[in-house]
Design a protein around this ligand. Sequence first.
Ligand code: ADP
Length: 372
Amino acid sequence: MLENLKVGILGGGQLGAMIMRQAIDLGLRVSIMDKDAHAPCSHYTADFFCGDPASFEAVMEFGKDLDVITIEKEAVNINALRQLEKQGVKIFPAPDTIEVIQDKFTQKQFLLSHHIPVVPGEAIQGKNDLYRYENKLPVCLKKRRDGYDGYGVMVLKTKEDMAAAFDAPCVVEELVDIKHEISVIVARNEHGAVACYDPVMMVFSEEKFILDYQIAPAQIGEEMSEKATALARKIADALKLVGILAVEMFVTKDNRLLVNELAPRPHNSGHHTIEASITSQYEQLLRAVLGLPLGAPGLRFPSLMMNILESATLSTDKPGKLKRLLDIPGAHLHWYGKEGSRPGRKIGHVTVTDNTIENVIAKAESIRKILN
Ligand code: ADP
């Protein structure tokens, strides 16, 4: 029924590859564009175009014969998407939605204008503006654009930290006393139907701001879970979202719920939905952007997802370690097939499911021991 639709995805990393698998189930063929000729998706399809999604010309060339375009990364050329939309290509999420989220400060302003609680923060042009915060340390400094996996985030505690700060347009935020970090994935289609996943709880390693592991459902109590999903739905409606959105939030030590940031695409915090949910976030994205009924988002079993990062220790016996990992009952390995070996880079993930959250957490310890 859908095989004549020409669907394009901007970005060809692991998220794109996971969308591709669901596209196969729906009988779709997708074209993918990434600036890296060896990006994960390049191995799986002949419809792979090497070009920078941030380039106007490249996006125009890629999109001109497509019916629908969606994204798996935010760094895309908005002007080209607007132009393609005028030519009749459907762009979901809408260019306006992507644009407001691309910049952490405009994102914050948008949320505030809709009375959504966010972490208080101000915009600065560069390092020279930081002197204003000398008496307000510690603060959290974030690049307005193109940050990911914590690479655009630093905590400033001292004047020396300020001297080593990013020199780029940034947001300076209050340092939040975080009790839990959670994420809610929400999908919305053109007809305004909304499907919201249960919150997942994230645990980050302290020094690098990179995800250590994530459990679903989040252990935050029913009331807080309901508050979080209600907030995610409100944001999806405010954005008039068509597609999928991850809403990262903080539960503060004094039990307030604050939105940290949005991602208008499938998200790391939704990897577990492949095995653990009735409808995966990847299938849900395709349903949402193709105007199909949304799938049920319910969780089938408790689950845990752990990113696998490139490291010297892992490299000592990668095949042996991955085999031991696959020996854990209910462990599902996702290997991204990335080239290069930058330490800290996400090169795969493992999802574990079980009947109880306690069993799942016990398995996380075994996995961590194998990978470290
Ligand atoms: P990225 O876009 O790189 O994922 P985030 O905004 O999600 O960046 O920040 C990365 C991590 O930094 C968060 O998951 C959280 O642990 C920490 N962090 C971010 N903002 C704050 C803040 N205002 N106060 C305290 N910690 C923060």
